[in-house]
Write a protein that binds this ligand. Structure first.
Ligand SMILES: [Ca+2]
Length: 270
């Protein structure tokens, strides 16, 4: 009986310890679960979690965490900031971060984040992108052989943008959704966008501000683990431009898929 009671105490203690570790405060737990979250509220870029990526020449290229709306409760966000005045005319410049941990997609994950286009006065030749890519690069995930991406692209004369959903398989890029382009060249106004990417071994769904933007039942991506890349790009000779990311959450909550499937089923029955 004593041995039984001791075993129970040890077991209950173990359970308590396990439950006290949240996804947010344990890097090791995050690695095991394939999920993590970062709201950047430490005020600094967590270099255990994120690695910088960069390609091309810049007058200024800054990756940092800054507080916005300073006041009683400052909200810190990831900032990507470039100045390309006087740089080479023949190249686009890329700047971003990559998650140190690889995300396990096979059982299904929801990648959720806020992407602030930051009221660009001139968003021409500017992009802000989210990549899921199975390989590591210090430069530009765009040049890797396989990936999925969601991206905003500035539309001339510069106030509006359009979204792009695309994948690259064995070096071949395939556009899945281009927001009506090229028929619609006006683009649309975007602000601080909330993006959800739901993905498992075969299904893929992209939501923008809680509205479905793209969905496919069989994405045919040749990888089931991926790094998360957040990136901006700018062509040459543009003054300082900044893009913000915040509230990155990688979770195994797939209720978004369930709701989508229920809705599709109901529509099919009508
Ligand atoms: Ca924040």
């Amino acid at each position: 009986m004593v041995r039984f009671c001791l075993s129970m105490v040890v077991w209950i203690s173990f359970l308590s310890l396990s439950c006290s570790i949240t996804l947010d405060d344990s890097h090791n737990t995050a690695a095991r679960c394939g999920g993590f979250q970062d709201d950047f509220q430490t005020g600094q870029l967590n270099t255990i979690r994120w690695s910088r990526t960069q390609e091309g020449d810049f007058k200024e290229a800054t990756v940092d965490v800054v507080g916005v709306d300073p006041g009683q409760k400052t909200d810190y966000r990831l900032r990507l900031r470039t100045n390309t005045i006087g740089t080479r005319d023949d190249t686009v410049k890329f700047l971003g971060v990559r998650s140190i941990d690889r995300i396990d997609l096979a059982q299904g994950v929801e990648v959720s984040l806020d992407l602030d286009w930051n009221k660009q006065a001139n968003g021409c030749y500017l992009t802000a992108a989210v990549y899921l890519c199975p390989t590591v690069t210090l430069a530009n995930p765009r040049d890797e052989a396989d990936w999925f991406k969601f991206e905003y692209v500035g539309v001339p004369p510069g106030k509006n943008a359009r979204s792009v959903v695309a994948k690259k398989v064995n070096g071949r890029v395939q556009y899945l959704d281009r927001d009506g382009w090229p028929q619609n060249r006006q683009g649309r106004v975007i602000a601080n966008q909330h993006i959800d990417i739901l993905i498992d071994s075969h299904r893929l769904r992209v939501k923008e501000n809680n509205q479905e933007l793209y969905s496919i039942q069989s994405h045919e991506l040749p990888f089931n683990q991926a790094y998360l890349y957040l990136q901006m790009s700018s062509h040459s000779n543009y003054p300082v431009r900044e893009i913000y990311f915040d509230n990155i959450i990688i979770s195994n909550d797939l209720t978004g898929f369930t709701k989508a499937d229920e809705r599709l089923t109901q529509e099919g029955e009508q």
